[in-house]
Design a protein around this ligand. Structure first.
Ligand SMILES: O=C(O)CCC(=O)C(=O)O
Ligand SMILES: [Fe+2]
Length: 356
């Protein structure tokens, strides 16, 4: 079975991680990091320290209690209208978030020289560096990222602290992702018998995943800087833990950028491009971005969840009919990641079959 690590071989990216700055030593924003007119372009107030100023107080990302018997229905509604929601009562202990954050912080506080020992190679997925999407923008982003695919020990042997918190975190996320997948699929009327690649018990045994540990250092000029530029995830779904520093925003059609405030113990669930394809376009993959602030470092962990690497994701037959043709052609995750590396935010339209 081809592994995820092979996805980018065809489209190597030369992001020049060696030029990654020691963010904490800078008193001024270098020109290469200065994004001009972030706000004007989007018609929103974007200071993440003052989310109440963002004009969208009445438009909040739905918060769903996973113990609510009505959860699948609420999730379906959130997926259709937002493409994102937060979950509480998901069963993951707070101590695991504390532990992964501690491990992540230990990694980010290594010297640049040390971190670069684990630098991502141009054609690889795992390792330390800038966000891959950097190559699509003229300016640099105020963030750094460790991407972990498959065994963390393989790649981080030089830096990794001797504990298995990443493995525990991935196991907990995998279980939650399975549960969420069935809640979302149920909301579309798809049963376990109707999704063969999920396995006989619908356990998604061979699902693939990756982890992004993201750090957004405090920034001397946050109004002109961008933590992570607008993008959709190439996943089925993404489970995001964020520390108590705001900055994440999602684009709501007809409204603008809406802040997703950190919720103690809550997790943000983004629908990704592959779920958009599977749902035959009925559940949008949400465009999101991250802004930075002057005083506090933001930390997040994104668990990127996708299908087994040999599975073609296609619009589900139940969601196709005489008046609803299949909107996308079948793609594997690897193939789609290659498409994304080439076309970025136009990747979905590049696998589209007919105009909506
Ligand atoms: O840091 C965040 O809140 C978002 C991270 C993200 O979008 C990603 O890793 O794809
Ligand atoms: Fe993302």
């Amino acid at each position: 079975m081809p592994s995820l690590s092979e996805a980018f071989r065809e489209y190597p990216l030369h992001l020049n991680h060696n030029k990654l700055l020691d963010f904490n030593s800078l008193q001024e924003l270098p020109d290469s990091y200065a994004w001009i007119q972030i706000d004007q372009e989007d018609h929103t107030i974007t200071n993440p320290n003052f989310p109440s100023n963002s004009c969208h107080g009445d438009e909040n990302v739905p918060i769903i209690n996973l113990n609510d018997p009505n959860a699948p229905k609420l999730i379906g509604n959130a997926c259709k209208t937002w493409g994102v929601f937060q979950v509480v009562n998901h069963g993951i202990p707070m101590s695991l978030f504390r532990d992964i954050q501690q491990t992540g912080q230990a990694l980010f506080s290594c010297s640049t020289h040390q971190k670069l020992k684990a630098a991502r190679t141009p054609d690889g997925v795992s390792g330390y560096g800038r966000a891959r999407i950097s190559s699509f923008f003229p300016k640099l982003m105020w963030s750094e990222c460790f991407t972990i695919v498959e065994s963390p020990l393989e790649h981080f042997i030089q830096l990794w602290p001797h504990d298995d918190v990443v493995v525990q975190y991935e196991e907990a996320m995998k279980k939650l992702a399975q549960k969420l997948m069935w809640m979302v699929l149920t909301s579309l009327g798809i049963s376990k018998e109707e999704l063969k690649w999920a396995g006989p018990k619908g356990e998604f045994k061979w699902a693939c995943s990756a982890l992004h540990l993201n750090s957004y250092p405090s920034c001397p000029d946050p109004d002109r800087a961008m933590g992570l530029a607008p993008h959709t995830d190439s996943t089925l779904l993404t489970i995001l833990y964020q520390n108590d520093v705001s900055g994440l925003q999602v684009l709501r059609e007809g409204v603008g950028w809406v802040a997703v405030p950190p919720l103690p113990g809550g997790l943000v669930i983004n629908m990704g491009d592959l779920f958009h394809i599977l749902s035959n376009g009925s559940y949008p993959s949400v465009l999101h971005r991250v802004l930075v602030n002057r005083t506090r470092q933001r930390f997040s962990v994104a668990y990127l969840y996708g299908p087994p690497s040999n599975v073609h994701i296609r619009p589900h037959p139940k969601l196709i009919g005489p008046n609803r043709p299949a909107l996308y052609r079948p793609v594997t995750w690897n193939e789609y990641l290659g498409t994304k590396a080439k076309y970025f935010n136009k990747a979905l339209s590049s696998v589209q079959l007919c105009a909506t």
